[in-house]
Design a protein around this ligand. Sequence first.
Ligand code: SAM
Length: 240
Amino acid sequence: MRSLLLRTLPLILLAGALAGQDFESERGALVEEVRADVRYTSRHLGRAELRRAVLEALGRVPRHEFVPPDLRRYAYENRPLPIGYGQTISQPYIVAIMTDLLDLERDDVVLEVGTGSGYQGAILAELVDEVYSIEIIPELGEQVRERFAQLGYDDIVTRIGDGYYGWPEHAPFDAVIVTAASGHVPPPLIEQLRPGGRMVIPVGGPFSTQQLMLLTKTANGEIRSRQVLPVAFVPLTGEH
Ligand code: SAM
C-alpha cells in the first residue's frame, strides 16, 4: 500500500502542478508568434504591429482555461482547436487581428456573435467594460456562462440565441464582431451599429474562400467596407 502511494504520489503531484500551471511564459511566446505573423501579413492588415493593449490582453487571458482539458497542452499553439459540437476556438492570430481592427476605446459597447469557448469575449472584456455575446448552441452557451463566472469575467453578458438578429435591447453598438462566416452581412447587425461604429465579419460560404471584412458606419450612416484577408471560419447557422 505504502509503495503504491510512493509510486503514484509524484504523478498526482505532477497532474496537480499542471492543473494549477499559469502558462505565463507560453503566453509570452504566443504573443511573439502573433507579432511575427502580423509583420508577415502587414500588406493585408495595413499595419505591421498591433495595438499594445491588444497584445497585452493576449498576454493576460489564460487560453488554457477555454479549451477542453485534454487539449490544454496545445492551448498556446497559434492554431484553432476543437471545443465540441463541431465548433472551434479561433486561432490566436485571428482573434488578435479581429480585435485590433475594432479599434476599441474603454467605454465602447461591443456585441460578439458566436461566443463559442468565450476566449474572444474574454479578450474583448480586457479592453472594454461592456461586452454582449450571443451563442446559438445551448450547451456551449451554458458552459461559457459557468466559465466566465469561474474566471471572474462578470462584465460579459451572454445569451443563447441566433446572433444574426443582433441584440436590439442593448444596441447601438460601437463595435460588432462576428466569429462565424456568413454568406452576407446580416442587415440587423448593420442597423444596430452606431454611426462611427466598426464591424468585423468573415463573409463567404462554408466551402468557398471567405474574406474577413471590416465595415465602418460613417457619421451619416453610410457603410464603407474593405476586405482584409482570406480566412476559414465555421458557418453562421440559424433559421435566417
Ligand atoms: N469566438 C469564439 C471563441 O473565442 O471561442 C469562436 C467561436 S467559433 C469559431 C463560432 C461560434 O459561432 C460557434 O460556437 C457557433 O456555435 C457560433 N454560431 C454559429 N452561428 C451562430 C449564430 N447564428 N448565432 C450565434 N452564434 C452562432
